[in-house]
Design a protein around this ligand. Structure first.
Ligand SMILES: Nc1ncnc2c1ncn2[C@@H]1O[C@H](COP(=O)(O)OP(=O)(O)OP(=O)(O)O)[C@@H](O)[C@H]1O
Length: 490
């Protein structure tokens, strides 16, 4: 007796053959076709217990067919295979009701495993077809990213708590947003809070809100992030920096689904999906007594690890093109990049991950006059990256020498001078694009303000004092320059 009938559709005869062989060997009866029309005819006549289909077929795209199949036979599991290994393929497959999605090339054992699981599972209700998406929030087709996309696609229709782990700049917040924007809470709010950017004694009131008079300075009742995120998603960034008392309160919310405001007595019911992120190993913090183990288990329902960019250098060309396109959309000149330049980028370590790559591309788009980005230019940019002026972040004594030399042996102004001299030299006869003054100032303001915020653990009052700026001016600059609030180096 066979274990079930599998309908296989792929316009590539070689793939049909290997898939059919693997499934027959596993005890299934298999029918194969190279067209969507035949597959549809079989489905209509009630044949098959499961479908394995390619996306692009000569007569129709399987994504067009999937909703029809799901409508007619909602219980029929469909496994989608595709060579277009992007985030949107995984998401679209999931949205169109696919049981699973397999990026090509795949391991036949994995396919057989998925087919076995799908047929063994109790039949589920079909998911309605969603609308088309043009935006591509996550870029990269490396195997590591495809694994992420598959996990995300499976998570979209759930409300599970997710804990994202990854180095700074690997895209943790972007993934949290994608989970929200494409998930079932997309109509609700997405609220993010960074534990490292808020003074520790204010975290509880920021999260849960406070009543009038709850503490000195609490002149009004104030809503917390839980209240703001009601019906949506709350993204808890840098969760490892959450103080113990706030952890206890958060644990209670996760256990009981309700919380009280600071100074309040009435329990408030909450309906919020939690996505948390960390760049630290929470298990080490647990050993050090800095993180509650019970909270860790509540948060770590679904762990997602975002690999650092140096582990997926094959994504660099896609990412670079994406950021160049973004720069054009923001009104900066169009650039092209040489293959050798991309190869050089693949050999760099990218300690700041995708954020560092994004900043480099922006800098190239904004400051460099040549249309084509050469290997030499990337070499110069990346070797300039290496001796980071870390002394800017150090306590004042370390930089208070007579000429305040930076680690690289250059003063700040001489390094700006060198940079500008190179810029004008590179331009040759032509002048750089207009607006140079503001672009250069921005290049300096962003790291300056970020360093001040990092050094003061995100305390804007202290950072403003350190910089000698008015608090409101600092706040406005943080907004205008789109500065990320980040953690201080310890
Ligand atoms: N896969 C990706 N495709 C396109 N852009 C990306 C991708 N991953 C990250 N980015 C971009 O890189 C930048 C950094 O991403 P993000 O802020 O999500 O990182 P993070 O891990 O949350 O960083 P941190 O830990 O420092 O808060 C953002 O501008 C984001 O849009």
């Amino acid at each position: 007796m066979t274990r079930g009938e599998i309908l296989v559709a792929d316009d590539d005869a070689a793939i049909r053959t290997v898939v059919a062989q693997a499934l027959s060997r596993a005890g299934y009866e298999v029918r194969t076709t190279g067209t969507a029309a035949t597959l549809w005819r079989w489905v209509q006549s009630g044949e098959g217990d499961l479908v394995v289909t390619d996306v692009v077929m000569p007569d129709e795209n399987a994504f067009e067919l999937l909703p029809r199949i799901k409508k007619l036979r909602p219980e029929l599991p469909i496994v989608v295979m595709s060579a277009q290994n992007t985030f949107m393929t995984a998401i679209r497959a999931s949205e169109r009701g696919a049981y699973d999605y397999l990026p090509k090339p795949f391991d036949l054992k994995e396919l057989v495993g998925i087919v076995g699981r799908a047929l063994a599972e109790p039949k589920k209700q079909a998911v309605g077809a969603g609308e088309e998406f043009e935006r591509m929030p996550l870029v990269g087709r490396s195997p590591a990213m495809q694994e992420i996309y598959r996990s995300l696609a499976r998570l979209m229709l759930t409300d599970l708590t997710v804990l994202i782990h990854g180095e700074s700049g690997t895209g943790k917040e972007l993934v949290a947003r994608a989970l929200h924007d494409y998930g079932k809470r997309k109509k609700g709010p997405f609220v993010a809070i960074n534990m490292a950017a808020i003074p520790r004694d204010l975290i509880e009131s920021e999260l849960f809100g406070h009543e009038k008079g709850a503490f000195t300075g609490a002149a009004q009742r104030s809503a917390g992030r839980f209240e703001q995120a009601e019906g949506g998603t709350l993204f808890l960034d840098e969760i490892g920096d959450m103080p113990m008392e706030a952890q206890t309160r958060l644990l209670r919310v996760l256990q009981q689904g309700e919380y009280t405001t600071v100074g309040g007595r009435t329990a408030i019911k909450t309906n919020v999906r939690i996505v948390a992120a960390t760049n630290k190993d929470l298990r080490i913090l647990i050993q050090q007594g800095l993180f509650r183990e019970d909270l860790y288990f509540r948060l770590n329902v679904v762990p997602l690890r975002l690999p650092p960019l140096r582990e997926r250098t094959e994504d660099i060309p896609d990412l670079a093109h994406h950021f160049f396109k973004q720069a054009v959309a923001e009104g900066l000149p169009q650039k092209y990049i040489e293959q050798a330049a991309l190869d050089r980028m693949k050999r760099y370590r990218w300690p700041g991950n995708i954020r560092e790559l994004e900043n480099l591309i922006r800098r190239l788009a904004a400051l460099h006059p040549q249309e084509v980005v050469s290997e030499a230019l990337i070499e110069a940019e990346l070797s300039a990256e290496a001796p980071r002026p870390a002394s800017l972040l150090a306590p004042s004594g370390a930089t208070a020498g007579a000429d305040r030399e930076l680690e690289s042996g250059q003063t700040l102004s001489s390094s700006v001078e060198t940079h500008l001299a190179r810029l004008f030299r590179d331009c040759g006869e032509v002048l750089p694009p207009p607006g140079l003054y503001h672009r250069v100032l921005r290049e300096i303001e962003v790291p300056l303000i970020s360093a001040a915020l990092a050094a003061t653990r995100g305390n804007q009052i202290k950072a403003a004092e350190l910089l000698g700026l008015n608090r409101n001016t600092l706040r406005k600059k943080i907004n205008d320059l789109d500065i990320r609030l980040m953690r201080a180096p310890r």
